[in-house]
Design a protein around this ligand. Structure first.
Ligand code: DLL
Length: 424
């Protein structure tokens, strides 16, 4: 399944064995799982033996809250972050000095793959704090030698001011915030003709987004929008990133092994087949994870990227298995709705979904803003057209409510697209 060269395979095997030994010797809960599966570290002779190892789940991390899966002494920790998670209790993640070095290297490598150089000015519009986005980009950007503007989330007028005054060339934020930013930039251009920006790329991630949203951002900002993926449990941003070819995300193979498994049976799936991404960390000291079930749905892409880099690429994340809505027996991912809305000319990419339930039957409705102010008749025409497009692409009748621009909430961090009415 792996398409790496021998040198990398040897390195991968050594690092995998070191990780498994570390877990066996230092994390009683994982050792117990291995014993239950009837294996010891000596059974892992190479990366091809990976699937003999038991999975690690988000529940394992929650059960061990706050730091029960630590594989180092408390005194070795330099930093902690936390993921809030959409459901349940937050998860604490921890880093030793070497973990922070590795993360910085991973992020610098990702930024370089995206085409960022020491001559660039990188404005980090991710949250600084327990969320890994801000500090992950920050230290990676500095390590690469770029000038970093740690502007954090929100205060969009100020973000735009900084971008213009300091000549920001690369921005990093969520895709939904990039849409908002491009709207604010557009209205500035109207008020102050000639006011522009010096951007060359936008690096976006932390939430699922569709190709349609990418087109909206690229048209709005006039620069390529590249996808970056990561999760706090295994490190933070920096696990995989797109290069300017926009042909899938290159995995940081020095630090992670990736597998795709059937979300229900846990069986490994072949290249090209979509399933749940499972990640094994290869260099982590504080919180090494073997076969972590990310719940993110993607596939390993066959073939080679046109940039010439070998190694594993994953497709953009379609969504999380736990984000999937089941409406009248039809499985629906919010990104599918987004992609369909993107095909209706005259709609914006600002939308929310609402799930309601009546007599045990779930229903889905979509509220979406029009791209520009329209009259009532035109809005109704758009509603009918959007409902038709959604029906064709989802196989489901969905009520659509088209709203005037600016009616829906804007998100500074991860967008909350789905509202489930109480009782649904
Ligand atoms: O979101 C880390 C990150 C920060 C990634 C900045 C990229 C940029 P968590 O808060 O732990 O960490 O959330 C991780 O977010 O399991 C996915 O479900 C989702 N996610 C992250 N990146 C992407 C992406 C950060 N590019 C969870 N596409 C992951 C789709 C993404 N979903």
């Amino acid at each position: 399944m792996r398409r790496t060269n021998r040198k990398t395979d040897t390195q991968g095997t050594e690092r995998l064995q070191a990780t498994v030994n570390r877990l066996w010797n230092r994390v009683p809960a994982y050792r117990a799982k291995m014993e239950q599966a009837g294996i010891t570290p000596s059974d892992i002779r190479g990366v091809e033996d990976l699937c003999a190892l038991p999975f690690t789940t988000k529940q394992d991390l929650r059960d061990a809250y706050p730091l029960g899966l630590l594989a180092c002494g408390r005194e070795e920790l330099l930093r902690v972050h936390a993921s809030s998670g959409t459901t349940g209790k937050m998860t604490i993640v921890a880093y030793t000095k070497n973990d922070l070095e590795a993360w910085k290297n991973c992020m610098a490598n990702c930024l370089a793959i995206a085409g960022v150089t020491p001559r660039d000015t990188l404005q980090v519009m991710f949250g600084y704090g327990l969320f890994t986005g801000g500090l992950g980009f920050h230290y990676g950007g500095e390590h690469l030698g770029a000038t970093v503007i740690p502007s954090g989330t929100g205060f969009t007028e100020r973000q735009v001011q900084l971008m213009q005054d300091l000549g920001t060339t690369v921005i990093a934020c969520t895709p939904s915030y990039a849409v908002h930013l491009s709207e604010v930039l557009a209205s500035r251009r109207k008020d102050q003709p000639g006011s522009g920006h010096s951007l060359k790329a936008a690096i976006l991630g932390a939430e699922p987004w569709s190709e349609a949203l990418r087109q909206t951002v690229q048209e709005g900002l006039g620069v390529p929008a590249l996808d970056i993926y990561g999760l706090s449990e295994v490190m933070g941003p920096g696990v995989a990133i797109e290069c300017p070819c926009q042909n899938g995300l290159h995995l940081n193979e020095d630090h992670f092994l990736a597998e795709i498994v059937d979300p229900v049976t846990g069986e490994r799936l072949p290249e090209g087949q979509e399933g749940e991404l499972v990640i094994t960390t290869l260099t982590k000291e504080a919180l090494p994870l073997a076969r972590y079930r990310t719940r993110d749905l993607t596939c390993i892409l066959p073939g080679k990227c046109s940039c010439g880099r070998g190694g594993i690429r994953i497709a953009r994340i379609r969504g999380r298995s736990d984000d999937m809505l089941i409406i009248k027996g039809v499985n629906v991912f919010p990104t599918q709705v987004e992609a369909a809305l993107g095909r209706v000319e005259g709609l914006s990419m600002n939308y929310t979904l609402e799930v309601t339930e009546k007599n045990y039957v779930k229903d889905l409705s979509v509220s979406v803003e029009s791209a520009s102010g329209l009259g009532e008749l035109e809005m109704e025409r758009l509603e009918r057209q959007a409902a038709r497009t959604l029906h064709e692409s989802l196989g489901l009748r969905v009520a659509v409510n088209v709203l005037l621009p600016g009616s829906l909430e804007r998100f500074e961090g991860k967008a909350k697209r789905v509202r489930v009415a109480s009782g649904a």
